[in-house]
Design a protein around this ligand. Sequence first.
Ligand code: GTP
Ligand code: MG
Length: 215
Amino acid sequence: MSDSRIVIKSAEFLKSAANFRHWPEHALPEAAFAGRSNVGKSSLINCLLNRKKLVRTSSTPGRTQLLNFFTVNDALCFVDLPGYGFAKAPAKVRDGWKVMVEEYLSGRRILKTVVLILDIRRDPGPEDLSLLKKLRDLELEVIPVATKMDKLKRSARASRLKELQSGLNNLAPRPIPFSAETREGKELVWKALLQCLEPGSRESSSSDADPEPQA
Ligand code: GTP
Ligand code: MG
């Protein structure tokens, strides 16, 4: 799996889950996709998988409200997480998403890496930083991706990337420039993913949908 030009032989929606009882029971390494509501998480997944509509995208924020699991080549699993920072959602709903995501991040033993998607036009917000701190505490690998690069003038790219990186307060490596429109950066994101998902890249564990400590 070390070739970054991965051939997508199959990409299938597996299931949605609200809590650990519904997480799929398999041993495939997982990569989760996190970020603000409407930042472009689902579009990034579709782009990586060469699919236009495998994952539902929307110009209305807050569309992804459950954890959505997708298997790729029957070898790995992508998990589309609900976005944070959607001000219009009622506080109770937002709290529910937070619990769902935190339970998954801290309880999923086959989770190998989290792709954090950031809009190149916005500075990282408090929710991005608090997620990064959580990932650091959990010792989870993070792959930051700066999306919507197509919205930027060419002359502004380098300085915006620098600003974005300094806004991450050394909590993450340099973001990979990406656009779901032009597909810029797709190979680099795959390369980073495959490095994290390869067996042995992180302490491997067996399939386990139960976040409770094992005796
Ligand atoms: P939620 O599930 O609601 O949190 O959103 P999301 O993060 O999954 O975002 P989604 O992929 O649905 O994209 C939101 C909007 O941004 C859609 O209208 C996309 O077409 C648009 N979008 C996503 N990525 C890009 C990009 O790279 N460039 C441009 N120009 N638009 C993008
Ligand atoms: Mg989405």
